[in-house]
Every structure is written in C-alpha cells, then in structure tokens.
Design a protein around this ligand. Structure first.
Ligand SMILES: [Zn+2]
Ligand SMILES: [Zn+2]
Length: 349
C-alpha cells in the first residue's frame, strides 16, 4: 500500500519521542500489513521513551515504538498462508528465528536469536505495521479490540501465574502492582487461588488490585509485610510467590515468606545484580524457582484467548486511560508520574 501514515518515532539517541509522518511500510513476502486499531503502552515503551541505560544499549534510532496492539490485516505477503485480508490480529512480540536449538525444541519464547517488535524492528504506534506472519495471532471476533490489545502483558501474567503447578487452592503473594501484577491477581482469582496477597507501592493501583480479586493489599514500605503475611498464612508462608518488581527488597521478602517446597516465580527484571540468601531462601526450602520470559508460543495465547472469549476474567479495571495516538505524551507522562495514577493506557491511531 502506498502513502503516508502517522507514527510515534524515536528519532534520536535522547529522551522523548515524536509524532511524525512516514511512509506506510512495504511488506516482505513473509509479512502482513496491519491497520492498527488500538495499541497500549508497555513498561518497555516507557524505558525507550525515558532513554534509560537498557534502551541506550539496545535501541537503534530511528525506530517506530510500541508492540502491544490489535488491528486488521489489509495486505498479505506472497508467502503468507495463515492469514487473509480482514483478519483481526494481535502480535506475540518475540519474533523467533525458528532455527536455533530453543526454537526447534518447542521453546520459541526463549529463542536465542529473538528480535522484538517495537524494539529491534518498527513497532505499532502508527496507522500501519508490517508484521511477520510467524508472530501474528489471529483473534476471535468475540474479543473486543481494547482487550485484544493487552493480550501480550496479560499473557505474561497467565504464564507466570500458572507455570510450575498452578495456583488452585493455594496462597499466592504477588509482589508488584504494575499492570502485570494486577492482571496476575485476576488470573489467580479465576484459577481458584485460596488467598491472594498483593503487595504494592501506589494507592491508585492497589485499589485496582482489589477489584481484580486480591484478598489482602499490603503497602510497601509502610506495612510490616513479613509479619502480615505470616499472620495471613497461619505462620506457614505462601505456596506461590510471583515476583513482579525486580527489586532487592521484594526478592528478599518473597523468598522469606515462601513456604517450604513452594514456588518462587521470577518475572520482574532487576536493574542490576541482586543478592539472595541461596541457602535459606532456596536450598533448605526446597524451593522451585521458575523464570518467566515472555509468553509460551502459543500455549499462553490459547489460554489468554480462552479466558477473554469466555469472559471468565474481567480485565477492564486495569485499563485506566484512553487517548488518541496524537496525545501519546499524556500517556507517557501518566506512566512516569510519581503516584502512578494509571495502569494500562490505550492509544487510538
Ligand atoms: Zn508489552
Ligand atoms: Zn530461535
């Protein structure tokens, strides 16, 4: 398709991003062109916007940012077999190589040569995106566009919450009240967790955790988290810790409140090295440690779609703001504000 489109582009190696007009991308034989209907802002986009150390090392401007979205296929590459014009799609943002050991043994989500949409190749904060067929996910018409747009982060929560033995009848502590921690409270609720303890820093988001199904809301650093969790669990500790902050304190607390033989799921990415008490936190506890990167392709996607299609989970409390794409700065400002009075923010091109 020829013509111009609007896009949010990181043009230079410095903080910020700009709305600009660029050519509609040409697709290769293995790609489809998708008209973006709605996109959502992820923590990764905020890192790129702020231009933190990770972004400085990883991002090569100019780049159209954004990777969470839903849209409609308007053009199909000559080799593409699984999609047609008019299909309603979202994307797995990890684009696997399909050649490495991991890809060939069913672990595409940890592909050794992964490239990421909106990080390594042009993303979705635009009218159109050229999407590789290998990471396109066809949505059911039953799922509203706005919910379809956040399946990627919801998938993180589904994968993290359920991998390594599920949560049915178990006590779960979720460290972190960002969107993924909030979704995780909902996933734990609909999966039958017996007790859900959400630990967060920001009042606004902790209210959402309650709506998503958390039974107990603990505030960091004001509350005595160790003592309260010990009380809630009758001195036993929790069966499952979902660590979604990456902070040293939360990791220490999580390993301390974990029941012997319990599961510690690591998802939050620390900004540097962290120290852990390996002997008492893991070895003597016989703890199961589960690392979560991305979403299982495509096992997680089927589960997410199942939860949304059946309306088993209501994720609407997590979607707090909607802006036209032109007003993207408002969204980024909210995501970076001290009080974090936002969770998932949608942008409409
Ligand atoms: Zn994301
Ligand atoms: Zn690979």
């Amino acid at each position: 398709m020829k013509g111009k489109m609007k896009a949010i582009i990181k043009r230079e190696s410095k903080p910020g991003a700009e709305l600009t007009e660029v050519d509609i991308p040409r697709i290769s034989p293995n790609e489809v062109l998708v008209n973006v209907k709605v996109a959502s802002i992820c923590g990764t986009d905020v890192h790129i916007y702020k231009w933190n150390e990770w972004a400085q090392n990883r991002i090569k401007p100019p780049l159209i940012i954004g990777h969470e979205f839903a849209g409609e296929v308007v053009e199909v590459g000559t080799n593409v077999k699984s999609l047609k014009v008019g299909d309603f799609v979202s994307a797995e943002t990890h684009i696997p190589c399909n050649q490495c050991f991991q890809c060939k043994t069913g672990k595409q989500h940890i592909c050794k040569n992964v490239s990421i949409l909106g990080v390594d190749i042009n993303g979705v904060f635009a009218d159109y995106v050229a999407l590789p067929e290998v990471c396109a996910w066809k949505n059911s018409e039953k799922i509203p566009f706005e919910f379809a747009s956040v399946q990627e982060p919801l998938g993180n929560s589904v994968y993290a919450t359920l991998e390594g033995g599920g949560v049915t009848g178990k006590k779960v502590a979720i460290f972190g009240c960002g969107p993924i921690g909030l979704f995780a409270a909902g996933v734990a609720r609909v999966s039958g967790a017996s007790e859900i303890i959400s630990i967060g820093k920001h009042e606004f988001r902790m209210e959402i955790a309650k709506k998503m199904g958390a039974d107990h809301i603990l505030k960091y650093p004001d509350d005595d988290i160790m003592k309260l969790i010990t009380e809630i669990t009758g001195g036993e500790g929790v069966d499952v810790v979902l660590e979604m902050t990456g902070s040293q304190d939360a990791i220490n607390q999580g390993l301390t409140v974990l029941k012997k033989g319990g599961r510690f799921t690591a998802f939050g990415i620390p900004s540097g090295k962290v120290e852990i008490d390996l002997a008492n936190g893991i070895i003597f506890k016989g703890a199961n440690i589960v690392g979560i990167s991305g979403r299982k392709m495509f096992d997680t996607w089927y589960r997410v779609a199942g939860l949304l299609e059946s309306k088993r989970i209501d994720i609407s409390p997590v979607i707090t703001h909607k802006f036209p794409l032109e007003e993207f700065r408002k969204g980024f400002e909210l995501m970076m504000s001290k009080e974090r009075k936002a969770a998932k923010i949608l942008l409409f091109p």
